[in-house]
Design a protein around this ligand. Structure first.
Ligand code: DX5
Ligand code: ZN
Length: 218
């Protein structure tokens, strides 16, 4: 079964405590937390203080997705805030090998994300340093966008690279994941599904999480 990571970007921040409780009590596996700086992506979201507050009541893994320039400046801060997985973008790094090994040295799982225009092959040589390969299926910055079909080939290629290397890297898909495309995404080789709008705009988010969890199964 897929690992389900609801994106809190689409949560109602006026009732954040209740939204976290809903995830705690659902079949979701992780909390996906999107950090944006208004430079690497056009949008600005939230940062360490909010994540640290959320950590006090959340009972599941914190999957922190940094959409910020020079993420290497903040690795320790996000560890302190409660990140379990810390993902940086390929497009932001001159020295990704160093950044990824630093994330692990701080006791977190190391994630690397690629934008739609970045070929998966660019990460092949450092695949053993990557616990989570986050393949963006939209241009990052906003929730509620439409899934880019070019992602399917990228998932298949990522799976080939990981299998050939004998690595344990998980493949995560982020952006435009719905009940309709989840089965195909998993069939292509994904392990983790991020879902913002699909979960939080649903009439019954808990039921939607349960349905995503079983996507692609008979
Ligand atoms: C966008 C973020 C996503 C976003 C996904 O840059 O990385 O995590 O919240 O939202 P949906 O699932 O609505 O496309
Ligand atoms: Zn994200």
């Amino acid at each position: 079964m897929a690992i389900i990571a609801p994106s809190m970007l689409s949560a109602d921040f006026l009732k954040l405590g209740a939204e976290i409780e809903m995830i705690n009590n659902s079949e979701a596996d992780w909390f996906h937390l999107d950090v944006m700086d208004g430079k690497f992506v056009p949008n600005i979201s939230y940062g360490m203080p909010i994540i640290a507050q959320m950590k006090k009541v959340a009972t599941k893994t914190f999957d922190v997705h940094l959409m910020i320039e020079q993420p290497e400046r903040y690795l320790e801060d996000f560890k302190k805030a409660g990140a379990d997985y810390l993902t940086v973008h390929y497009e932001t790094g001159y020295h990704l090998h160093r950044t990824l090994t630093s994330i692990r040295a701080l006791g977190m799982k190391a994630g690397l994300s690629i934008n739609p225009h970045t070929p998966v092959d660019m990460v092949a040589d450092i695949i053993h340093e990557i616990d989570l390969l986050l393949v963006m299926s939209i241009n990052p910055g906003f929730g509620g966008q439409k899934f880019l079909p070019l992602t399917y080939n990228k998932i298949r290629r990522a799976k080939e690279i990981i299998t050939a290397a004998g690595a344990n890297t998980l493949i995560e898909i982020d952006g435009g994941v719905t009940l309709e495309n989840a089965g195909d995404i998993l069939a292509a080789g994904a392990d983790v599904l991020v879902a913002g709008n699909t979960v939080f705009a649903a009439a019954d988010p808990t039921a939607m999480i349960a349905r995503l969890k079983r996507a692609g199964q008979q």
